[in-house]
Design a protein around this ligand. Structure first.
Ligand code: NAP
Length: 246
């Protein structure tokens, strides 16, 4: 059985990806931030994943911490035997215009959204290299492609992920490891639920399909990118935004 690790999978897009990959037949590792409330939500995600007859385990780790990522990868390798897919999904926002953005808010977003991707790929790639097989999907954002006022920290982190994705695709292609990114637009999750109605309506005006995306619509593209069907796709960024950028 193939194993997939999904970071930040206690809710939102990550939880949905975990369920979709379980449905596809992957044993799933549901990483969550080490807090009681995240644990509770992650356990519920694992229950739903198990209904597809696969193994599902919740592993707490703050993915911005190099040592915690290393320990998680070691634990997964020991318990599951292989790591076939990694989805770097964990992310946060701490929005504000540049003039007002605190250094701590800049650093926090870079640590969780960007450094985490290094932390996880560094440890997982050494496992995948020995297997001579692996699929990595990094969750970027349209903010990383086009920028977004009020998100200099977030857009920096999401743009960096795109560079990292292409670099890892080049470094590990000869080992049969693919690395791609998805760049979601406005997706209906707890992260966007907090935005004002005014801002939501303004954003929707730029979306060709005229609606928010659903987490399932991100999960289906990730499902393709970790499957054998995408065996000749690497170093790509797939925008999933309902036609935001045409
Ligand atoms: P979400 O509902 O807030 O989920 C993000 C998950 O990441 C949460 O479970 C969160 O846990 C977890 N997380 C945060 N910091 C972590 C850490 N240090 N270690 C481990 N887990 C951590 O957001 P979402 O909308 O599903 O977003 C998922 C990904 O898609 C993010 O990378 C986001 O940037 C990206 N994205 C989302 C949209 C959108 O419109 N929703 C658009 C483009 C890109 P806590 O709840 O404890 O923080």
């Amino acid at each position: 059985m193939a194993t997939a690790i999904i970071t930040g999978a206690s809710q939102g897009i990550g939880a949905c990806i975990a369920e979709r990959l379980a449905k596809d037949g992957f044993d799933v590792v549901i990483n969550h931030y080490p807090s009681d409330s995240d644990r509770e939500k992650a356990l519920a995600v694992a229950e739903r994943c198990r209904t597809y007859g696969v193994k599902a385990e919740c592993v707490p780790a703050d993915v911005s911490d190099f040592g915690q990522c290393e320990a998680m990868v070691k634990q997964v390798k020991a318990e599951f035997g292989s790591i076939d897919a990694l989805v770097n999904n964990a992310g946060i926002t701490k929005d504000g215009l540049l003039a007002r953005m605190k250094e701590s808010d800049y650093d926090a977003v870079i640590a969780v959204n960007q450094k985490s991707v290094y932390n996880m790929m560094k440890h997982v790639c050494s496992v995948m290299m020995k297997q001579r097989h692996g699929r990595i999907v990094n969750v970027s954002s349209v903010a990383g492609l086009y920028g977004n006022a009020g998100q200099v920290n977030y857009s920096a982190s999401k743009a960096a992920i795109i560079g990292m994705t292409k670099t890892v695709a080049k470094e590990f292609g000869s080992r049969n490891i693919t690395c791609n990114a998805v760049a979601p637009g406005f997706i209906h999750t707890p992260m966007t639920d907090v935005l004002s109605e005014e801002l939501k309506n303004k954003m929707l005006g730029a979306v060709a399909l005229g609606r928010y995306g659903e987490p399932e619509e991100i999960a289906s593209v990730v499902s393709f990118l970790v499957s054998d069907d995408s065996s000749y796709v690497t170093g790509q960024v797939i925008e999933i935004s309902g036609g935001l950028s045409m």
